[in-house]
Design a protein around this ligand. Structure first.
Ligand code: PLP
Length: 389
C-alpha cells in the first residue's frame, strides 16, 4: 500500500491515556455491569421535541438540496443573532459562517489563521482534540497551563512568555472543558491586551456559553477584539443537538469570505433539512433555558453532596457540563485513582492528566446523568475516599 500522508498519521499519536478508563467502563456496562459512567460529555436526554418536529417537517417539505456554502440565509441570520446575544456586540450576518459542528468550526478556525510551521499558544487544561487540530494544520503549539490553585484561570503573563516571533494565535475555552472554569473579565482583558499588543488572533471556543453560572462574557466584545477574534460555537451543548452537527464561526468579514472558499472544498455546506430545523431551534431558543437549568441544578446537587468532604477540593466547576475535583491529597496519580474508583465503586471518571499537566491529581466528573444518579455517584465517591489506602 502507498504511504498515508504524514499530516494524517500525525493527528492522533497513539499511546495510553486516561480514555482507557472510559473505554473499559463502557465495555463492562455493555456486558451488564451496573457502572455509573461519568466520563462522557454527551447529554443523557434527547434533542427537544420541537426541534425534532421542525426537522421532520423540513424533510417532508422537501428541504433535500444543496445549501449555501456559508449556511442558508435563515440559519446564518439566527447564528448572527445568537453571536450578538452572546457577546453584546452587533454582529452582521456577513461575520458568521455555518459549519458541521463545533469541532469543524475549530478546525476551520485553525486552518484559517495558522500556516504550516507557524505557532499557537493553547491554554490547558484543554479539550482533547486541540493538539490534533493544530497538528492537522502543520502548526506548532505551546501549551500554557492555567493553574489549579488559580481556579484554572489562565495568566496573560505566562501566555506571553510562550509567544514567539512566529506565533499567530492563542486558543482559549470558556466556560472550560474539562475544568468548568468560567474566565473572569480580568482574565479575558489580560489576554485581549496581549493579542492587541502582539497582533495575534484570539481563537475563543465558547461552545458552553449558555451553561455558565453567570452571564457569558465573550472576549470578542472587548475593545479592538472583534477584528482579531474568531469565536467557535455550536448547538451541541446549548440546544441539546450533539448528533446533529451544527456549529458556526464568528469572525471578521474578510476571514469569513475566505472561509466560504474553505467550505467549498471541505464540507460543501450543511444538510438542508438540518439547517432549517437548527434555524427554527435558534429562533425560538428550543430547550436552551431548560438545558441550562438542568446542568446548573445538577452541578449544585453534586457539589452540595460532596461539600466539606475531607481531602477533596473543588476547582473551577462554575459552568459547562463538568466538575473538576482535586484528589491529590488522597492519591497524586489521578489515573490510578480513576482505575481504583472504577474497580471498587463502579464509577468511571476521567483522569485529569488526560487534559494536560495542570489537571494532574484531579478527576473530571461529567454531569450528564440524572440527579438521583449523581447523588448516588457522590455517595460512592465519598465512601471510596474515606476508605482509600
Ligand atoms: N469545544 C469544546 C470545548 C468541547 O467540549 C466540544 C465537545 O465536547 C467541542 C468543542 C466540539 O463540539 P461539537 O459537538 O459541536 O463538535
Amino acid at each position: 500500500m502507498p504511504l498515508p500522508s504524514s499530516r494524517i498519521t500525525g493527528i492522533s499519536p497513539s499511546g495510553k491515556d486516561g480514555w482507557e478508563v472510559h473505554a473499559t467502563a463502557m465495555a463492562r456496562r455493555h456486558a451488564g455491569e451496573d457502572i455509573i459512567v461519568l466520563s462522557v460529555g454527551d447529554h443523557d436526554f434527547h434533542t427537544p421535541a420541537d426541534t425534532v418536529e421542525a426537522c421532520v417537517r423540513a424533510v417532508r417539505e422537501g428541504c433535500h438540496h444543496y445549501t449555501h456554502l456559508a449556511g442558508i440565509p435563515r440559519l446564518r441570520a439566527a447564528m448572527a443573532h445568537l453571536s450578538a446575544r452572546s457577546s453584546g456586540l452587533e454582529t452582521p450576518v456577513r461575520q458568521v459562517i455555518a459549519t458541521p459542528g463545533g469541532q469543524a468550526a475549530l478546525y476551520a478556525a485553525v486552518q484559517a489563521t495558522l500556516d504550516p510551521g507557524s505557532h499557537a499558544v493553547v491554554v490547558a487544561p484543554y479539550y482533547a482534540t486541540y493538539p490534533g487540530t493544530f497538528r492537522a494544520a502543520g502548526a506548532e503549539f505551546t501549551v500554557v497551563e492555567a493553574r489549579a490553585a488559580d481556579g484554572f484561570q489562565p495568566d496573560a503573563g505566562a501566555i506571553e512568555a510562550a509567544v514567539r516571533p512566529n506565533t499567530r494565535a492563542i486558543l482559549i475555552n470558556t466556560p472550560n472543558n474539562p475544568t468548568g472554569a468560567v474566565y473572569t473579565r480580568a482574565t479575558l482583558e489580560g489576554i485581549a491586551e496581549l493579542c492587541r499588543r502582539r497582533d495575534l488572533w484570539l481563537l475563543s471556543d465558547e461552545v458552553y456559553w449558555t451553561l455558565g453560572a453567570c452571564e457569558h462574557m465573550s472576549p470578542r466584545a472587548l475593545p479592538g477584539m472583534a477584528e482579531r477574534t474568531v469565536v467557535i460555537n455550536s448547538m451541541s451543548k446549548s440546544h441539546g443537538m450533539t448528533g446533529w452537527r451544527i456549529g458556526w464561526l464568528t469572525a471578521p468579514e474578510s476571514l469569513v469570505e475566505l472561509l466560504i472558499g474553505y467550505n467549498l472544498v471541505s464540507t460543501y455546506g450543511l444538510p438542508d433539512f438540518i439547517s432549517h430545523a437548527a434555524a427554527e431551534a435558534m429562533e425560538n431558543d428550543y430547550g436552551v433555558a431548560e438545558i441550562a437549568a438542568r446542568y446548573a441544578g445538577r452541578r449544585t446537587i453534586f457539589l452540595d453532596a460532596i461539600h466539606g468532604a475531607d481531602r477533596l477540593q473543588v476547582r473551577g466547576s462554575e459552568g459547562g457540563m463538568y466538575v473538576m475535583l482535586d484528589i491529590s491529597a488522597v492519591e497524586p496519580d489521578d489515573e490510578a485513582f480513576a482505575w481504583a474508583l472504577l474497580e471498587s465503586e463502579k464509577i468511571s471518571v476521567t483522569p485529569g492528566s488526560s487534559f494536560g499537566e495542570a489537571a494532574a491529581g484531579h478527576i473530571r466528573i461529567s454531569l450528564c446523568k440524572p440527579e438521583p444518579v449523581l447523588r448516588e455517584a457522590a455517595a460512592r465517591l465519598l465512601r471510596f475516599m474515606s476508605q482509600y489506602r
